[in-house]
Design a protein around this ligand. Structure first.
Ligand code: PLP
Length: 412
């Protein structure tokens, strides 16, 4: 397999060598393919709909959507048209364009627990701003965070400790996601100094099965925040608009005080948002957050169009339906070959892990075989479906899964 991939990724491998000279480590963060199984391309040249092409012209049906943002598919024509029109007028000025107000209005109309909105660029900006607002509003310091949850790459939340000092995380108290007793222990530790609780929409930590939140657990978080006059923060950066367009906890009946969005909000154009309830509006107006590019109008235009499409078309139903078909098909194929797998989380954001797979050796081989058939899966990060995926894409993927699963059943 390695030799075949070396020839398939000739340009990619050459560019990786050059990148080593100019970019620390050749690439940074989650974009570095060094942690992925051998054979993954590092660089991409184009994408359209559900397809992405690497530098060597290999085309893949993509189930990562750029790690989430492309909820309508790559290069959605309506979104790109809105962006191009706006670019002709103004992108970055001395202040925002009128679109910032339109977008704040739109997102507060769409999202249930949103009476106001402010915008930034990345998910990390949004989650960090949520912490700042919580502390400003309550005058308290401690934030409860679930162990293993990803909230971004700032020193307070990065999963890699290198370069982080104790003080960066000294006001965080950790608990187990979905474990009310553990949340209560953390609450006690915070005592009278509890500013907020931050939770992802569901448990989607990498390298482990995903878990939907227990309703009782979310209710407990709400109850603690109400009792302690603290802020309940929903980090909807990854799941936002894929589970429920009105906010990921709407079906649970639990209202967050602040919600962080990014990823799907602008179909690939850089934008994030913090939305909140009325009682936090004052605090949100008093903190100082900003960035040179936080108001660029093309991203606002992209988001306005993306959210309009999400309002008009039932994107959630589409990706749920296809994700379910994919899941059922994979389940059937694995069963036929006697391979034990566990598929977890919402079908719109699938994750497939193999039973008894220390070091992800089966999972890694599985995705390598899929890659060789033009299917881009991830071995341990949840994947994403988009409006651009079709029933035909799912069928083609299942054909490749049949091939890959057979190989796994013979090799392990
Ligand atoms: C749940 C969650 N929160 C926050 C972030 C950080 O977002 P960004 O990478 O845009 O800073 C991510 C990114 O994957 C995420 O999944």
């Amino acid at each position: 397999m390695n030799k075949q991939h070396d020839t398939k990724l000739k340009n990619d491998l050459l560019l990786r060598k050059k990148a080593e000279a100019f970019i620390p480590g050749g690439m940074w963060g989650h974009m570095h393919v060094k942690k992925l199984p051998y054979g993954y391309p590092q660089f991409f040249s184009k994408a359209k709909g559900s397809r992405i092409w690497d530098l060597d012209g290999n085309c893949y049906i993509d189930f990562m959507c750029g790690y989430g943002p492309n909820i309508l598919g790559y290069k959605n024509a309506d979104v790109d048209h809105a962006v191009n029109e706006q670019r002709e007028k103004l992108d970055l000025g001395n202040g925002p364009s009128a679109l910032v107000v339109d977008l704040a209005e739109k997102i507060t109309m769409l999202v249930d627990s949103a009476d106001w909105a402010l915008f930034a660029k990345n998910g990390t900006d949004a989650t960090t701003t949520c912490l700042t607002i919580s502390r400003a509003a309550t005058g308290k310091k401690k934030i409860l965070v679930a162990k293993g949850s990803y909230h971004g790459s700032a020193p307070w939340c990065t999963p890699v400790a290198t370069g982080v000092v104790e003080e960066d995380t000294s006001n965080l108290i950790f608990f187990e996601y979905n474990d009310s007793a553990s949340l209560e222990v953390a609450e006690k530790k915070a005592g009278v100094d509890l500013a907020g609780i931050i939770l992802t929409a569901f448990r989607h930590d990498v390298r482990r099965d995903q878990e939907l939140p227990k309703k009782t657990f979310l209710e407990k978080a709400r109850e603690i925040c109400d009792k302690k006059n603290a802020v309940l923060i929903l980090d909807d950066v990854r799941a936002g608009f894929r589970l429920n367009k009105r906010g990921s906890w709407v079906d649970y009946g639990v209202k967050p005080d602040l919600t962080a969005f990014s990823k799907a909000i602008g179909n690939g154009y850089p934008l994030s948002a913090v939305v909140g309830v009325d009682k936090l509006k004052q605090a949100a107006s008093e903190i100082y957050v900003t960035g040179s590019f936080w108001c660029n109008a093309t991203s606002m235009a992209a988001s306005l169009k993306t959210l309009s499409i999400i309002e008009e078309i039932d994107v959630v139903a589409h990706i749920y339906y296809l994700g379910n078909n994919l899941r059922n098909g994979i389940h059937q194929i694995a069963n036929n070959f006697g391979v034990e797998i566990f598929q977890s989380g919402p079908p719109q954001m699938p994750l497939i892990l193999f039973e008894d797979d220390k070091g992800f050796s089966k999972g890694s081989k599985f995705v390598q075989y899929l890659l060789s058939k033009g299917i881009y899966f991830h071995p341990w990060h949840n994947m994403f479906l988009s409006l651009a995926h079709t029933a035909e894409d799912v069928d083609m993927t299942l054909d490749a899964v049949e091939y890959a699963m057979k190989k796994i059943s013979l090799e392990f």
